[in-house]
Design a protein around this ligand. Sequence first.
Ligand code: PMP
Ligand code: GLN
Length: 381
Amino acid sequence: MQNIKSKLPNVGTTIFTVMSQLASKHDAINLSQGFPNFTIDQKLIELVHHAMLKGHNQYAPMPGLLSLREAIAHKTNSLYGSNYHPETEVTVTDGATQAIFTAIAACVSKGDEVIIFKPAYDSYEPAITLFGGTVVPIQLSAPNFTIDWQEVASKINSKTKMVIINTPHNPGGAVLSKEDMLQLEKLLSGTNIILLSDEVYEHIVFDGQEHQSAARFAGLAERTFITASFGKTFHTTGWKMGYCIAPKALMEEFRKVHQFNVFCCNHPMQYALAEYLKTPNNYLSLSSFYQEKRDTFLSLIKDSRFSYIPSKGTYFQLLNYTTITDENDIKFAERLTKEHKIASIPVSVFNLNQQDDKVLRFCFAKTDETLKRAAEVLCKI
Ligand code: PMP
Ligand code: GLN
């Protein structure tokens, strides 16, 4: 048996797998890993079924089915006033995870620095490390997770290759404002820095706010890979379908990697998604759908000992437990799962040096019945 030298010696199993397994082992209500537990639109299932019966069961075109890329470009351009071309600037991917990995693979080389904001979604760092990049983390503070653009400016130097943003933000539930995006646009102007804008929750933004896509800002769009996920938008995380949008020159490099990474993605599902996207209400209704879930969850736990500010986007709610215990968040999340039968995600795992702010992340993409059972447990703690 040969030993290989690990390329990721400090990486273990992702927290989403750890907590979902623990939830299952202890028969706990699983509000940890982010996925809906309700049925999806039967129409979407019928569309996939129909595409399979029609014989679309072989390889899709490498960059994605053209009609789906057209639908994606049309949606993006109408919502954000951009001008993406479906043939050269949109690629269908195996979920946003692959889009993120491929964008990083296409751009980041040994010695490059990549600025990320902590708490950060856990797939960014390993990808940067694998391609020889250096992660430059900037820790944001709970509960608002606002970005100090002066601090960002102080981290930029000649080695900075990429900045990664995520709005709406997982796990923080924060959203970047128009002012934030303008500041970033100014900061990157005149540099060669690439932006990776992870916008998988673009259609889950609350309280009347508008999603500030990088596509809205010409000075950002010209340097940006936008990554998106049909898993979030159509409640189909298990389908692993997403996409990447970027200007032609960036997309050419992206596709060089994509074609040897996955080559292409699920073909019948692309037919179904192309058709389903023709009805804007299928994605435009998502914010109000999840805002109701958020409000239901928060009203049910308002008398608990947890404290919070309402999530501004995503389907996650952070709850602070300082008044309950001074245990660290990993221990507390484990104990809640084992003893109280409710699973969450400890936020410290996404923080710089595992900074522990005593907050847990709960996914409210659940049936009202599940939210009610979860709230009953949380109110007893
Ligand atoms: N980025 C963020 C911020 C996420 O929360 C997720 C998880 N769903 C992804 C990317 C990955 O999305 P997908 O499931 O489409 O790979
Ligand atoms: N994005 C999901 C979350 O934040 C999980 C995705 C995964 O399990 N990799 O919970």
